[in-house]
Ligand binder design. Structure first.
Ligand code: GRF
Length: 203
């Protein structure tokens, strides 16, 4: 057993089912991490309840509470620095990270995207827009991608992907559900492997 757990901060904006999958994996003893912060860009995110239910510290940082983007971003940076994360997981976080945040934690920020990047990524490709585009393009398969975060949307190096078939009678909802199931499996596996490679806690 490592004597020190990887410190993980999770950034969210919505439902938080990916966060839940990570919390559950930790509870089952499958993820040797300590969740040090769940930061939400929305005060009404269900993800906050999920974090609180597992006694993970939460913070809400809403853009509208700040005069400008710079003020918002520096508050996010300040909160992240205060918890000294080894890894930052974006899990449905709907704001772009500032270049300062990315530079400060370069190589330690992960994101999950509900498609097989580099296809169906970039600005505007989020939530159901992604699955609608996959169906419109008549793709035979879709899936999800865990990748490192850099300055461009959905662009950094790919760490892992999982694929699912696209079925002839799929709706946006049925495809989204199939992909989401894989997201929950993939994110915890990649995070575990990533933390092991970080060498946190190895004496
Ligand atoms: C997921 O589909 C994820 O890939 C994307 O945003 C969605 C978040 O869902 N980045 P949830 O909040 O984890 O349920």
């Amino acid at each position: 057993m490592p004597d020190k757990l990887a410190r993980v901060a999770v950034l969210v904006s919505g439902g938080g089912s990916n966060l839940q999958a990570l919390l559950d994996a930790k509870q089952r003893g499958e993820l040797p991490v300590e969740f040090v912060l769940v930061l939400s860009s929305r005060g009404d995110a269900k993800a906050l309840e999920r974090a609180e239910a597992r006694s993970v510290p939460t913070e809400i940082v809403e853009r509208r509470a700040f005069d400008d983007e710079a003020g918002f971003q520096s508050r996010v940076l300040q909160l992240l620095e205060s918890v000294r994360p080894d890894v930052i997981c974006l899990a449905g976080y709907m704001r772009k990270l500032s270049p300062e945040i990315i530079a400060r934690f370069r190589g330690r920020i992960l994101n999950i995207h509900p498609a097989l990047l580099p296809k169906f990524g970039g600005p505007g490709m989020y939530g159901h827009h992604v699955h609608a585009a996959v169906l419109a393009a008549k793709e035979k398969e879709s899936g999800c991608t865990v990748h490192m975060v850099d300055e461009e949307f959905d662009h950094g190096p790919i760490l892992a992907q999982a694929t699912v078939p696209v079925q002839a009678d799929d709706s946006i909802e049925t495809l989204a559900e199939r992909v989401l199931k894989q997201e929950h499996r993939l994110y915890r596996l990649v995070l575990k492997e990533f933390c092991e490679k970080l060498n946190v806690g190895k004496s």
